[in-house]
Design a protein. Structure first.
Length: 242
């Protein structure tokens, strides 16, 4: 009997390690929300993302364009895949990004953008020659002769409002859905995610919809517009997988 006792601490230690490896997602959710709230301290940052856009009705966008070139471009980008990355700062206001667009036919091209000194520069393939850019004065957009320059404090207010909105979106989500992802490079930081599956899509949609319902006031504060139907925001339906 006494000979088996030395193994008891080993068993208990193994059990402790096993249970310490399990998580209810509370720490993961807290880490995500803390990271979101830290955004208010950021002055310069890098960003990247991807997405796609298009319209279901054939010719819906191109048919409304009277300019043949505009109509041709609208048809070409319908269903295109986008990837972008860049760097931005709040003071001075500056954004530099590159967008890669891949059309349904498989053609791919780059669209670089630069915002500096309240001007936006863009190089659009098929329209610009090499090293030629379109220039847009952001202080005088069409329909408004003098809206004023882009002010860092205005961007900061928008950033802080968006931070609160994202925080409120996730606040009602149950911690059990949050998990920390394993990265190939441990030194690259930490990454967290919420997996959308057929089993949890409906429940997640309901939880995030509750957070979206509180966005109405925030959107009004940012845009100055009227958002009189919060039910539309709360009608979020997540699709699995995601």
């Amino acid at each position: 009997m006494n000979k088996k006792l030395p193994f008891l601490p080993v068993v208990l230690a193994a059990a402790a390690l096993l249970f310490s490896g399990c998580s209810d997602g509370v720490k993961e959710k807290e880490a995500v929300q803390q990271a979101i709230r830290k955004q208010s301290e950021i002055q310069q940052f890098r960003f990247s993302g991807s997405g796609s856009f298009g319209w279901d009705t054939p010719g819906a966008a191109s048919s409304s364009a009277s300019n043949p070139l505009t109509a041709a471009l609208a048809g070409a980008v319908n269903g295109a895949q986008l990837e972008w990355s860049g760097i931005a700062s709040y003071s001075p206001v500056r954004l530099e990004t590159n967008v890669q667009m891949t059309t349904r036919s498989g053609n791919s091209f780059q669209i670089p953008f630069l915002i500096k000194d309240n001007k936006m520069y863009a190089q659009i393939p098929l329209l610009n020659k090499k090293d030629e850019y379109y220039s847009f004065d952001l202080t005088k957009p069409a329909g408004n002769s003098s809206p004023g320059a882009l002010q860092p404090d205005a961007l900061v207010r928008t950033r802080d409002a968006m931070t609160r909105m994202l925080d409120s979106l996730l606040s009602g989500v149950e911690p059990k859905w949050f998990k920390e992802d394993k990265l190939d490079d441990p030194g690259a930081g930490k990454q967290y995610s919420i997996g959308i599956t057929e089993a949890n899509a409906a429940e997640l949609s309901k939880q995030m919809g509750a957070g979206l319902a509180g966005w109405t006031g925030q959107l009004q504060a940012i845009t100055g517009g009227s958002w009189g139907n919060p039910q539309q925001l709360a009608g979020l339906q997540l699709q699995a997988p995601g």
